[in-house]
Design a protein around this ligand. Structure first.
Ligand code: PXP
Length: 248
């Protein structure tokens, strides 16, 4: 079965746009917790959040509140820094997805270079997995990055679908072939295969030919659709688009 992790970062982007300087205001909205509970009521299998070093959307208080209040699983995306690792070790999310992070980017732009940061990532992955958190590596569909993710001790990879989403025709078909090869290799190495970034109900049909997918993490499109049809309906719409996926 293909699971859906709903990324609610952009719900808090909206809150921070108005209330960044008044975090404790009783007026602060929209609520991250209410968004997570709506997503769960619609059938989401997990809630994904990215605690960035610059705290541009999700705040520390959101992480603790969601960990203690949601009924499904919490997936925390994080860059490999001591500060965020300390929070992750204390919060013990069900999953962590290691992502690259630079302050200039608008959103996560490329996959993590696991091979290039192997030693530092190995220490972090070891600490998190020993603490009961399953760790994923957010990587481009590059076969050596898949191998490095297995070697570094991760349980899962999340294949970056940004290039897939932003290309069309023959270029998209070529990216689908890369994603398929990465998924096959990862599966053969015992990794759970997830995917995310830029996925929409429009491009999902092209993605569903990729084998071994266990979970998709989707945020921007769902939150965008929610402006017009509500969050619950937007999550349901995405789940409906995922139902064609062949079960493993
Ligand atoms: N997965 C990861 C690792 C991400 O960094 C993001 C973007 O925050 C997503 C999934 C969701 O991407 P989108 O918001 O484009 O659906």
């Amino acid at each position: 079965m293909l699971n859906l992790g709903v990324n609610i970062d952009h719900v808090t982007t909206l809150r921070q746009a108005r209330y960044r300087t008044m975090p404790d205001s009783p007026n602060a909205e929209p609520s991250a917790l209410q968004a997570a509970l709506e997503a769960e009521a619609a059938g989401a299998h997990s809630i994904t959040i990215h605690l960035r070093a610059d705290r541009r959307h999700i705040q520390d208080a959101d992480v603790y509140l969601l960990r203690n209040s949601i009924g499904t699983k919490l997936n925390l995306e994080m860059g490999n820094t001591e500060e965020i690792l300390a929070i992750a070790l204390e919060v013990k999310p069900h999953f962590v997805c290691m992502v690259p992070e630079s302050r200039e980017e608008v959103t996560t732009e490329g996959g993590l270079d696991v091979r290039g940061h192997f030693d530092a990532l190995k220490v972090t992955v070891g600490k998190l997995e020993a603490n009961g958190t399953r760790v994923s590596m957010f990587i481009d569909p590059d076969l050596d990055q898949v191998r490095a993710s297995a070697e570094v001790g991760a349980s899962m990879i999340e294949l970056h679908t940004g290039t897939f989403a932003n290309h069309f025709g023959a270029e998209r078909a070529a990216e689908v072939a890369r994603l398929k090869a990465a998924a096959e290799l990862g599966h053969s190495l015992g990794l759970q295969i997830n995917a995310g970034h830029g996925l929409t109900t429009g491009n999902l049909p092209d993605l569903l030919g990729i084998p071994h997918l266990a979970e998709l993490n989707i945020g921007h499109h769902i939150v965008s659709r929610a402006v017009f049809i509500g969050l619950r309906a937007a999550v349901q719409e995405m789940l409906a688009a995922m139902t064609g996926y062949p079960s493993a």
